[in-house]
Ligand binder design. Structure first.
Ligand SMILES: Cc1cc2nc3c(=O)[nH]c(=O)nc-3n(C[C@H](O)[C@H](O)[C@H](O)COP(=O)(O)O)c2cc1C
Length: 510
């Protein structure tokens, strides 16, 4: 039974019991001195709308917030760890929470990292720093090559693919409303477009995975008619073909049976309460040229909206072959999303999450350089995703060659995720990654939508301030030379040295 109803029932039973005992033993009324405040606290927990844990776990949930208040002291004794025993990065998590809640956006006492540690990274600033007003706090990027008839002016930071199914309907709604408030886009994930993605008019990037959910024929293959129908919605601004995802490249998607409710099954066109595995590969094409023709086919079917694809880099040669296919067919995607092997997921085998797929920075540099080498970069925008949480993470990705960034888990945290690591069990205590209506109720859409928009606004602002502090007029002036990495105690290299750029067109020769 849902703990909230349990609390209410217990409260009523306790009051009845006290009433009955009072008839034979009046001093029992004194117990209300202790129980009364607890009951009132529980009721106010259930009714308040800010804290999902208190809404879902009245009275007992307050312990979490009490511990949070004394966090600095408590943290000396408790270090939260993830499933592999590594400490969870509390600094970055609290950065998201502070920004989402519009709490103070500064840190006390100075640098909190060991700047002589191997791997420490920093950015060059300039004596001739600019004012952020000179290029605006929220830069936008035009996506759409020469074959695109409806280019999209994207925010420089958007919500990465997460399906309704892995996320609750309230989480999807909160993100959609947040995207609408902040003027950025929400990627639907491969689970198709649900009514919740359309609830508040936020811009959508419709992702098409190997299961073709939302454009699926009865035999599980791609249906052009269904695609045309759904892609016509005005809120669908771009189409993304999912080739692979960093957390489980080559594995396809898994929707656990418990989370496959009748509603989700209906949206996806599958049987309810069965585990849904999207196949590892696409049936609509089986070669790089075929992929390009599919891009063109989708572009025609959707009336010329930008069409691109997402992948985590695996075999380099396969990506180079895709570039050659662009040259052979004359078809270019409008964007390519590069996901890092460090990416997130609702459910995946541990070995795939930990040990497959190229990390984002390496994959991004490689994809960028391949496109430059084949003289293809001009028309194709690159989107980076993989642990992008702070303004510096954005700076770093854009310096390497990305045009814009996506974020999944930071947006989840802004929507209330506390990293309970229960996404694959349907027991997410804050209602973000569950289909349990009792737990989902804890997530109040209006409150969390504001937080998603707040987090986005503050992070993009911090990114813009860093670009201005480097003396640049716009983000596209960021180069690999701006970012430094400590290689060991005595050596530092810039990204330009670590990832040397090829000359434009150099891969066309020979
Ligand atoms: C709950 C969850 C569900 C996801 N679902 C999808 C999906 O349907 N399609 C996809 O391409 N990526 C999916 N991803 C991966 C993210 O879109 C993103 O590429 C990855 O998590 C890296 O970004 P991050 O480090 O900001 O989380 C999912 C991630 C999470 C956490």
């Amino acid at each position: 039974m849902n703990i909230r109803y349990l609390f209410l029932i217990l409260t009523v039973l306790l009051l009845l019991a006290i009433g009955l005992i009072y008839l034979i033993w009046p001093p029992v009324l004194w117990s209300l001195v202790f129980l009364g405040p607890l009951m009132l606290l529980g009721l106010s927990d259930i009714l308040q709308r800010k804290h999902a844990i208190k809404r879902n776990f009245p009275v007992i949930g307050n312990l979490r917030y009490a511990l949070e208040m004394i966090r600095p002291e408590i943290m000396q004794y408790f270090v939260e760890t993830d499933t592999q025993g590594r400490p969870i990065n509390r600094l970055q998590r609290s950065l998201v929470y502070q920004r989402a809640k519009r709490e103070i956006d500064t840190a006390p006492f100075g640098t909190q990292m060991d700047v002589y540690d191997e791997g420490y990274e920093w950015m060059d600033h300039s004596i001739y720093a600019k004012s952020v007003d000179e290029f605006g706090e929220s830069p936008r990027v035009r996506i759409g090559g020469s074959d695109c008839q409806q280019p999209y002016q994207a925010s420089i930071l958007n919500i990465s693919a997460m399906s309704f199914g892995s996320l609750s309907q309230n989480a999807v709604k909160a993100m959609n409303k947040g995207a609408g408030l902040g003027g950025f886009a929400q990627n639907t994930g491969e689970g198709g477009i649900s009514p919740y993605h359309k609830a508040f008019g936020g811009d959508l990037i419709w992702q098409i995975g190997t299961g073709y959910f939302g454009c699926r024929a009865a035999d599980g293959t791609f249906s052009a008619e269904k695609f045309r129908e759904n892609a016509a919605a005005a809120c669908v601004r771009m189409i993304e073909i999912k080739l692979s995802q960093g957390a489980k490249p080559g594995h396809g998607g898994i929707l656990p049976a418990k989370k496959n409710t009748p509603e989700i099954a209906e949206i996806r066109g599958v049987q309810a309460y069965t585990a849904v595995h999207s196949p590892p590969g696409h049936s609509a094409f089986d070669s790089p040229d075929g992929l390009m023709r599919f891009v063109q086919h989708l572009r025609e079917l959707c009336g010329g909206k930008p069409v691109g694809f997402k992948l985590c880099i695996g075999k380099k040669e396969e990506f180079l072959e895709i570039c050659r296919a662009m040259l052979r067919t004359g078809i270019r995607p409008d964007f390519i999303t590069i996901d890092g092997g460090e990416g997130g997921t609702g459910a995946a085998p541990l070995e795939f999450s930990n040990s497959m797929g190229m990390p984002m920075l390496d994959g991004l540099a490689f994809a960028h350089d391949a496109l430059v080498g084949f003289n293809l970069k001009e028309e194709v925008r690159l989107i980076a995703s993989g642990k992008i949480i702070s303004g510096f993470h954005m700076v770093r990705a854009i310096a390497l060659g990305a045009d814009l960034c996506n974020s999944a888990r930071a947006m989840m945290m802004a929507a209330g995720c506390i990293q309970a690591l229960q996404c694959n069990t349907n027991r997410c205590p804050v209602g973000v990654a569950t289909q349990d209506p009792g737990l989902m109720r804890g997530l109040v859409v209006e409150d969390k939508a504001e937080r998603v928009a707040n987090y986005h606004r503050a992070t993009v602002k911090s990114f813009a301030e860093m670009v201005a502090a480097a003396g640049l007029d716009s983000p596209d002036q960021l180069t690999r030379g701006h970012i430094h990495r400590r290689i060991d105690e005595n050596r530092v290299m810039t990204y330009a040295e670590i990832y040397p750029e090829p000359l434009p067109g150099s891969l066309l020769v020979g």
